[in-house]
Every structure is written in structure tokens, then in C-alpha cells.
Design a binder for this molecule. Structure first.
Ligand code: FAD
Ligand code: NAP
Length: 510
């Protein structure tokens, strides 16, 4: 439903023509870009027709507002008059109308849960849903989980705490075996302590307004075989605490991850390096009071305020290089997150990101994504199909696969770009292929110069059937694919035609 549109009508081959999930975007009229929408929301115009009043909306009332020129939609308990936004919605008016006069939360979550509609639609806020005794699913305000413990949910974790003169230790008993340091995200911001443990598709939250101050840094340890997480906080003063503090939203609850909002912390821009003519390597530093490791194959959302409106876009963290000895890790611990980001001169977000100075801040969300490391189990052949910045998830996958999968025989990357100048980390890739005989790289260019004597064209049956040769007849194979949505969709179709099963394909989409 709601989405972040491009600055103006996207180019024919632009990624913006198709949204995630394969839904087509519609051409927006001139003057209906996100920037134009932001300007309208700042103009002081009454966009709700309620002259700034907020009202309680009953279900009966909501149902009445179901026409294009009078369209109210409820998202997480809040009701918006989206009629003024209709023409600015990249998914089109019809898509918005699917939720007219009703609760659009599920529809919104299916399509783009991460879009910061609160900020984008704040001038369209009509009010809250009137709470009924039995509240229907999806009508709950954001603070309440819709389905705290579904049948299939994991056993609920529990926690405990203890203290010494100088330390407070919080112990989370997840009652799960496959917990590691990636599974827990800890933040201490504005006197609030938040530890989110990801257990399958669920999130268990410890969220407390602490009774006393603590120092910024803390340690996080995981005892993997028993699923125990220990977070050791340092007291600022050596006093005895009688309680940990007061519970905040969703504290001590296990809730489906899709029902949790994105949580952000401010990260500092440490460096920015040219990689190609339009792609840069950004290094961001997490605050000392954050523990966060982005799992392989997952992305985060970066948030910037552009002309007073919060804009959010997804990006996939990479390692700082493909070869550890190619470039010594300058920065020692897990406090740094690297991104390869292409700057689109006509784009909304990336030029703004590019204008940031070293030392400036960007908000970074907790990780999202459905890639599972278990997909690597017993893997023998790994094929990676990447187009443009669709290379980014492949970076950590390559690093991990070549060092951690003992059964691996072959890793092949087919990397689609327009020209040679667009190839990200070409020399690193070639060095890696030279160094590790299991790894092969094939570059395919869609707009090469006459000097190019490598492969040319777009993803095609001929290219794929030649490339995707198993090392053994029945070897266990995984194919990862990422790039512009139409590229990914076409690739998946071709892979099915070549008889690869669903389990053998992982496609990266938002
Ligand atoms: P937009 O405003 O969205 O514009 C994008 C395109 O539209 C550009 O091609 C722009 O030139 C074109 N356009 C805009 N206006 C016009 C016009 N008038 N005429 C013609 N064309 C026009 N990107 C990365 O670089 N690195 C990553 O690691 C990365 N990870 C991602 C992970 C996920 C899960 C997803 C879904 C996307 C990822 N992306 C990544 C893409 C990223 O999220 C953004 O879509 C991208 O950075 C463009 O954002 P923007 O706001 O600058 O551009
Ligand atoms: P690009 O340079 O425009 O394109 C890279 C290559 O893909 C070019 O050879 C291009 O050919 C080809 N291509 C484009 N559209 C195609 C199509 N419909 N069918 C076949 N080939 C096609 O790419 P980019 O600007 O870097 O964009 C990268 C995309 O990857 C973005 O859409 C981004 O959102 C996405 N991405 C997704 C994730 C994720 O996790 N989901 C992560 C990173 C990036 P032409 O010369 O014909 O254009």
C-alpha cells in the first residue's frame, strides 16, 4: 500500500517500476513525487478536513469513509484520511482503495511494514480507533501485540537479574538451542534498557526504564548449548538496587516479529570511500550502548529526515572487504557496519546520504530478512546471481561460505552490470578467485564497450544453463539471486524452468 516513491517518474528500466513482491508501480503524475507530498504536508493545508482536531473513530464511522475522495484507513489502531495522498501513492490509487474504510494493517504489513507511515501521513491523522471490549485483530494500537502466543510459537523465554556492588547481570533463559550473538540486540538509550532476542519468527523483549544509571558499555555473552544470554551492565554508582526499573512497552513478552515496530539507534558516519563512479563504501559506527550484529543475508533500514519528513530505505550490510588480508580490518570489533551504496543523482535518499559529513548521524534499524544460515547445511554447490548493488548480500555469503562450510566444492558468482566501470570490487573478486580455487566469477555486461570480450546481455536460459553446472550429479545446491526486482523475478522463473526446486533458490527482496 504505502510506499516511498522516487523523486519523480522513474526511468523505464528503473527498479522503481516494480515494488517488492512483484507488484507493479503505477506512473505518478507530474508533481506527485514524495518530495511534492512532503511539500504539501508542510504547506499548512488541512489534509484531514477536521481542522487539526483528533477524534475517536468507531468501526461504523470508519466504514463510511470508503470512497476515493473520502477515504479513511486504519493502521495499527490509528486512522488516516488518505484521500489527499491518493495521487502520490506509488502503488496506485486502487491499491490504497483495497483498504478503504477498513483496517489496512495486515495489507500494509504484507507489502511494506517498514515504511514510516507515521511520519509520512502525520498530517492525515484523523484519530484513534475507539477501543471496544473485544478488539478485532489489527485494530490494536501499536503498543499491543496482536497475537502474543500463537499455537506454533516457541516456548516463552524468561529472565532474571542479580547484582554485585558494581555490576548488574540480566540473564535471559531462551529455552532454545540455536541462539547466538546475532540473536540478541541490546540498546541503552535515554535511561531505557532494551534487549530483543530473536527466536525464529518471534521476538522476546526485555524493555525497562532502569531505576539507576549505568555506564554506556556493557557485555553480552551467550551460552549457546543452553540458550542462556547474559548481559552485564556496569553501575555508575556502587549502590544496591532494590529493583531493576519499570517495564516499558511489550516488556517480557514473546510476540511475532511482524508485530514489532522497527527500532532505531543513531550511528555515526566514520568514513566514505569511492568504490566505483557511483557506488561508495560507507562505514557507520554503532553507539557504545548498542550490541547489534547483522546476520548474513539480512538487511537494515536507514532513516534520515529529509525536509522534515523521516525517510526510510533498506540496505544490506557488507564486510569491509572480500579478502581479510586484502585489507586489514582497521576497526577491531563489531561496532562498525559497512554498506556499499549506489548514489542515484535523481534519487531521494542516496544523494542526501552522500551529502552527510564524517561525524554526522544516521538512524539504523534492527536487522530484518528471511535468509537462514541453515540453508548452507551440507551445501556442495553455491551459485550466486547478482545484478548491480544486488551484489551486497553476496558479500557476507561469500565470506561465510568459503570459510565455514566444510562440504563446499564450488562457489560461482555471475555478476550482471551495465559496463565494466559499474562492477563493484572487481579486482577483489578476481583476487579471491585466484586465491581460492573453489570460487569462480563470471561478469556479464548489458552495455559493454567494443573492447569487452566477456559475456554480454541479460539473464537468460542460455547463460544460466551453462553456468549452473553441479559439481556432482546430485550435489546439494543453493542459488541466491538479488538485483532489480524484474531481474530477480525473471531469474526465478528461469531457475524453475531449469528444474531447480524452491528449496534450492533464495531470492532477496524486501
Ligand atoms: P529513488 O528516489 O528511489 O530513485 C531510484 C531510481 O529512480 C533511480 O534509478 C533514480 O535515478 C530513478 N529516478 C528517480 N527520478 C527519476 C527521473 N525523474 N527520471 C528517471 N529516473 C528517475 N541499494 C544499495 O545501493 N545498496 C544496498 O545494500 C541495498 N540494499 C537493499 C536491500 C533491500 C532489501 C532492498 C529492497 C533494496 C536495497 N537497496 C540497496 C536499494 C535501496 O533501498 C534504494 O532503493 C536505493 O538506494 C535508491 O534509493 P533513492 O531514494 O536514492 O532513490
Ligand atoms: P543496474 O545497474 O540498473 O542493473 C544491473 C544489471 O541488471 C544491468 O546489467 C541491467 O541491465 C540488469 N537489469 C536491470 N533490469 C533488468 C531486467 N528487468 N531484466 C534483466 N536484467 C536487468 O542495477 P542497480 O541500479 O545497481 O540496482 C540494483 C537493484 O538491486 C536495486 O533495485 C536494489 O533495490 C536491488 N537490491 C536489492 C537487495 C535486496 O536484498 N533485496 C539488495 C541490494 C540491492 P540494463 O543495462 O538493461 O539496465
Amino acid at each position: 500500500m504505502l510506499n516511498v516513491p522516487s523523486q519523480s517518474f522513474p526511468a523505464p528500466s528503473s527498479q522503481q517500476r516494480v515494488a517488492s513482491g512483484g507488484r507493479s508501480k503505477v506512473p505518478l503524475k507530474q508533481g506527485r513525487s514524495l518530495m511534492d507530498w512532503i511539500r504539501l504536508t508542510k504547506s499548512g493545508k488541512d489534509l484531514t478536513g477536521l481542522k487539526g482536531r483528533l477524534i475517536e473513530v468507531t468501526e461504523e464511522e470508519l466504514k463510511k469513509h470508503n470512497k476515493k475522495d473520502d477515504c479513511w484507513i486504519c493502521i495499527r489502531g490509528f486512522v488516516y484520511n488518505v484521500s489527499p495522498y491518493m495521487e502520490y501513492h506509488p502503488g496506485g490509487e486502487d491499491e490504497l482503495m483495497r483498504a478503504a474504510g477498513s483496517d489496512g494493517t495486515d495489507l500494509f504489513d504484507q507489502v511494506h511494514r517498514w515504511v514510516n507511515y507515521e511520519s509520512m501521513l502525520k498530517e492525515c491523522l484523523v484519530g484513534r480507533m475507539a477501543v471496544k471490549s473485544a478488539v478485532p485483530k489489527g485494530m490494536l494500537p501499536k503498543s499491543q501485540p496482536t497475537n502474543p502466543l500463537a499455537k506454533e510459537s516457541p516456548v516463552s523465554p524468561s529472565y532474571d537479574w542479580f547484582q554485585t556492588d558494581s555490576l548488574v547481570t540480566i540473564v535471559i533463559y531462551t529455552k532454545q538451542k540455536d541462539i547466538n550473538l546475532d540473536s540478541v540486540i541490546v540498546d541503552y538509550q535515554d535511561d531505557s534498557f532494551r534487549a530483543e532476542t530473536i527466536i525464529k519468527d518471534y521476538s522476546y523483549l526485555i524493555y525497562i526504564g532502569l531505576s539507576h544509571e549505568i555506564q554506556e558499555d556493557f557485555s553480552v555473552q551467550v551460552v549457546e548449548n543452553v540458550g542462556k544470554i547474559e548481559i552485564v551492565l556496569k553501575k555508575t554508582e556502587n549502590t544496591s538496587w532494590t529493583c531493576l526499573g519499570h517495564p516499558l512497552e511489550n516488556h517480557n513478552l514473546l510476540i511475532p516479529k511482524k508485530d514489532t515496530g522497527l527500532y532505531y539507534r543513531k550511528c555515526q558516519l566514520i568514513s566514505k570511500e569511492d568504490v566505483t563512479h557511483d557506488t561508495k563504501l560507507f562505514c557507520l559506527m554503532l553507539p557504545p550502548s548498542t550490541h547489534l550484529q547483522v546476520p548474513i543475508g539480512q538487511h537494515v533500514y536507514l532513516k534520515l529526515t529529509i525536509t522534515g519528513t523521516e525517510i526510510v530505505k533498506p540496505y544490506t550490510p557488507v564486510s569491509n572487504s572480500l579478502l581479510s588480508e586484502f585489507k586489514e580490518p582497521v576497526l577491531p570489533n563489531n561496532k562498525y557496519i559497512y554498506f556499499l551504496i549506489k548514489i542515484y543523482p535523481a534519487g531521494l535518499f542516496t544523494p542526501e546520504l552522500d551529502h552527510l559529513q564524517i561525524g554526522d548521524f544516521v538512524s539504523v534499524s534492527s536487522p530484518e530478512g528471511n535468509f537462514k544460515i541453515s540453508q548452507f547445511q551440507e551445501l556442495e554447490d553455491l551459485f550466486l546471481l547478482a545484478a548491480g548493488t544486488g551484489f551486497t548480500p553476496m558479500v557476507k555469503i561469500l565470506n561465510y561460505a568459503l570459510t565455514n562450510i566444510p562440504t563446499l566444492r564450488k562457489v560461482k558468482l555471475m555478476f550482471f552490470n551495465k559496463t565494466e566501470d559499474d562492477i563493484i570490487w572487481r579486482s577483489q573478486l578476481e583476487k579471491l578467485a585466484f586465491k581460492d580455487k573453489r570460487f569462480d566469477i563470471e561478469f556479464v555486461l548489458s552495455a559493454p564497450t567494443s573492447e569487452w570480450n566477456g559475456k554480454q546481455g541479460h539473464i537468460s536460459p542460455a547463460l544460466l544453463s551453462e553456468f549452473l553446472k553441479r559439481s556432482l550429479d546430485k550435489s546439494k545446491v543453493l542459488i541466491c539471486i538479488c538485483g532489480p526486482m524484474p531481474f530477480t523475478e525473471q531469474g526465478i522463473r528461469l531457475l524453475h524452468d531449469l528444474n531447480f526446486s524452491k528449496d534450492e533458490i533464495h531470492s532477496f527482496t524486501a
